[in-house]
Design a protein around this ligand. Structure first.
Ligand SMILES: NC(=O)CC[C@H](N)C(=O)O
Length: 380
């Protein structure tokens, strides 16, 4: 991820996919070179939240929305302290950002944070390619880096794969911290940070929860040292098949029967803790308008997604697990991918998508209320 100065408008850039397909455009953000897994996001809005979601670590995000950066960059919307995407691909960047909250342009912000991007390429063609061939490794090269043209493909093919990547420790907090309850404090939650987004503890704080955010390396003892009413496992980057430590911590929580909630990576960890497998999706779900059905109520909600892996659990029956009966509670109506799990004999559930909705619709906010109900139920 080398960087130099801000990309001048006409600096040439090239995007090289691991299967040899090439797109030529202009530097956007920092000039230099970068590698990652090429994935596409269909969100029309919310680019700041996307860029700062730690789950995008080591991914090069292609925006299907043709105009990006129109509302500039503000100081309120980031979901973490920095931009995590390893590269950014847009069709047509805003020439003049305009919004009352905007402090600077997206181009400037990407450059300031050393994020190499490319603009002026046919993002529809690139998205169709990824949809047909699957997510794959990619490199973006601009400025001096373009010159070694012939050698670029080999370098992309040497970059690390997302499958098998263990990344939570690279993005999670190293020190515990507390997000105080807003208003009266009703509950304490231990939240294991595997790459948490800022909105998640905020959604809990709004419901009177004091959230103790713990590093990804937290042990069962660390979790119980905060005397939690509930335990939460966050979203995060990488392959859930590598997340052995959080899986064992979650098993410790399930054994004790403490109310448990997981989001995204947290759902995959619950899947594994119950004995289900996980697998890599062809191109994943990323965007803010994915239809999901809550099978307990039959209702369909429009939801925010960012996942490249999924849980392999049966949709048509209740499963017997070491922690009692479990079922698939939510399913994606586009492709029948498992989007949620629920235990029937213990107070534990999780979803594969993003009820904290940053960015995205608020249809799934009720899941935070379900977590609160589980904690209330445990007290009664
Ligand atoms: N947002 C997330 O938590 C993503 C989980 C996991 N890294 C995946 O891609 O499926």
């Amino acid at each position: 991820m080398t960087t130099s100065t801000r990309g001048a408008v006409k600096t040439p850039a090239v995007l090289v996919l691991e299967d040899g397909r090439i797109f030529r455009g202009r530097a956007y953000g920092a000039v230099g070179e970068t590698f990652g897994e090429a994935v596409f996001s269909t969100g029309m809005t919310g680019y700041q939240e996307t860029l700062t979601d730690p789950s995008y670590h080591r991914q090069v995000v292609v925006m299907t929305a043709p105009h990006v950066g129109n509302t500039g960059v503000n100081d309120e919307d980031p979901e973490s302290k920095k931009i995590w995407v390893s590269g950014y691909v847009v069709r047509d960047p805003a020439r003049v950002p305009s919004n009352w909250r905007s402090r600077r342009s997206l181009d400037e912000e990407l450059a300031k944070q050393g994020v190499v991007g490319i603009s002026g390429i046919d993002t529809r063609a690139l998205t169709r390619h990824l949809r047909e061939r699957g997510a794959m490794r990619v490199g973006i090269f601009s400025g001096e880096a373009v010159r070694e043209d012939g050698a670029l493909l080999a370098r992309v093919q040497e970059a690390p794969q997302m499958k098998g990547a263990n990344l939570s420790a690279e993005v999670a907090t190293t020190e515990p911290y507390v997000v105080p309850a807003i208003g009266e404090k009703k509950f304490t939650v231990a939240a294991v940070d595997l790459g948490i987004k800022g909105m998640t503890p905020h959604r809990m704080a709004e419901r009177g929860i004091e959230v103790h955010v713990l590093p990804a390396t937290a042990t069962v003892e660390d979790v119980y040292a905060v005397d939690p009413d509930g335990v939460f496992f966050s979203n995060g980057p990488g392959d859930p098949a590598t997340a052995d430590h959080p899986v064992s911590v979650m098993r410790g929580v399930l054994e004790r029967g403490t109310p448990l909630f997981g989001i995204c990576f947290g759902n995959q960890i619950l899947g594994r803790a119950l004995g289900f497998g996980t697998f890599k999706l062809k191109y994943g779900h990323r965007g803010i308008n994915q239809p999901v059905q809550d099978r307990t109520t039959g209702k369909v909600e429009v939801t925010a997604h960012n996942h490249g892996f999924a849980v392999d659990a049966p949709l048509d029956r209740v499963s017997e697990t070491p922690f009692g009966r479990a079922e698939v509670s939510h399913v994606c109506l586009n492709d029948n991918v498992v989007e949620g799990l629920r235990l029937l004999d213990r107070p534990a559930f999780s979803v594969q998508y993003h009820p904290e909705a940053a960015a995205g619709p608020h249809d799934a906010a009720y899941l935070f209320d379900r977590f609160v109900s589980l904690m209330e139920g445990q007290r009664a």
